[in-house]
Design a protein around this ligand. Structure first.
Ligand code: 5GP
Length: 125
C-alpha cells in the first residue's frame, strides 16, 4: 500500500498538542473534536491517533484494536451527540474524503459527523 504519511499535517499537530482543539472524545486510539469551520450545527471530526492518510489506508493497515476503538467511538459519539437514529436522533452523515478527487484537505484520516439539520442530497455537482 503506497501511502506516505506527512506528520506536519494539522491533525498530527493537534495530536501532538501543538494546536488546541475542542475535544469531544479521547480514547487510547481515537480523538474526536469539533470542526473549526462547521458546515452543520453538529460537525465533529473523528481521527485515529495512528499515522493513516485516508480511510481506506486505515481500514487496510490499522490493527483490529484500533479499528474497533475508532468504530465504537463513532457509535458512542452519535448517541452522545443525540444524532443516532436508533437512539431517538434525527440522523447524521458520516463522511470521509479520501484523496484528490474528494478534495481531502488534511492528509490524516478523519471521519466527519455532520448533523443537526436536514443535510440535503449527498452530492451537489
Ligand atoms: P477534509 O476536506 O480534509 O475532509 O476536511 C478537513 C476538515 O478539517 C475541514 O472541515 C476543516 O474545517 C477542518 N480543519 C482544518 N484545520 C482545522 C483545525 O486546525 N482545527 C479543526 N478543529 N478543524 C480543522
Amino acid at each position: 500500500m503506497a501511502y506516505d504519511y506527512d506528520d506536519s499535517n494539522i491533525f498530527a499537530r493537534i495530536l501532538r498538542g501543538e494546536i488546541p482543539n475542542d475535544t469531544v472524545a479521547d480514547t487510547e486510539h481515537t480523538l474526536a473534536f469539533r470542526d473549526i469551520r462547521p458546515q452543520a450545527p453538529v460537525h465533529v471530526l473523528v481521527i485515529p491517533k495512528g499515522a493513516y492518510v485516508t480511510y481506506d489506508h486505515f481500514a487496510a493497515a490499522a490493527s483490529e484494536v484500533e479499528i474497533v476503538d475508532f468504530t465504537r467511538t463513532v457509535a458512542r459519539l452519535c448517541t452522545e451527540l443525540g444524532v443516532a437514529p436508533g437512539a431517538g436522533g434525527a440522523g447524521c452523515r458520516l463522511l470521509a474524503n479520501c484523496g484528490e478527487d474528494a478534495h481531502q484537505e488534511v492528509p490524516h484520516m478523519h471521519l466527519h459527523i455532520l448533523a443537526g439539520k436536514p443535510l440535503g442530497p449527498m452530492l451537489s455537482v
